[in-house]
Design a protein around this ligand. Sequence first.
Ligand code: DC
Length: 231
Amino acid sequence: MAEKQNIVTIDGPSGAGKSTISKLLAARLHYTYLDTGAMYRVVGLQVARAGLDLDAAGAGEKLARLLETIEMHLAPGAEGEETRAFLAGEDVSEAIRSPEMAMAASRVSAEPQVRQKLTEMQRSLAAGGAIVAEGRDMGTVVLPQARFKFFLDASPAERARRRQAQLSANGVRVEYDELLRQIEKRDKADSSRSLAPLKPAADAVVIDSSSMTIEEVVAFMLQCIDGKQGR
Ligand code: DC
């Protein structure tokens, strides 16, 4: 097996608190934070803008061309904000965060060509180590050599509640039942795809954050990391 690298992977379903926690943990460790979901969202946006129907005949070739020329760039978000994303220089940070783009990202993420391209990009971004990589398949497929792996989960009801509170803080009102339905639909799609499905790595520490605060989760992760480093 390849030598373990100073990489932290945090996988888990949508709404489990991965982004906030990964970002905080990266800051505490002085590591870089990598939001791989943002990369799938940028591809989802580009596919939608190109009007490409992935189920149509000949879609594979069109998708290959799109992936060859796509120019994406991520930058750290300000405090309390999500990762900023750029598509051919255009700031698409807001555009990629809609529920439609979440579903579009989930759809493109089942395409082998997309996974291959983004996996390569993610491996090269993580090549230097000292990174907290967040996603669905970081510990299982993309960075199996990571020394510290976590799988962050929470009940669908709690995830829908948190999402509703987050949206309402931004002045957006969405019915709880609708959010719960969206969460369950996306979980099902992400976990049941044949390629790199959402699941904990065999050597991941599984954390159910349903009744934990963000600080408690971060403190627990730091404890696990310190324990493993033998400090
Ligand atoms: O974490 P997120 O909600 O921004 O991710 C958007 C979608 O991208 C998610 O539904 C599944 C997909 N994704 C993936 O398949 N693999 C990753 N490593 C990250 C995200």
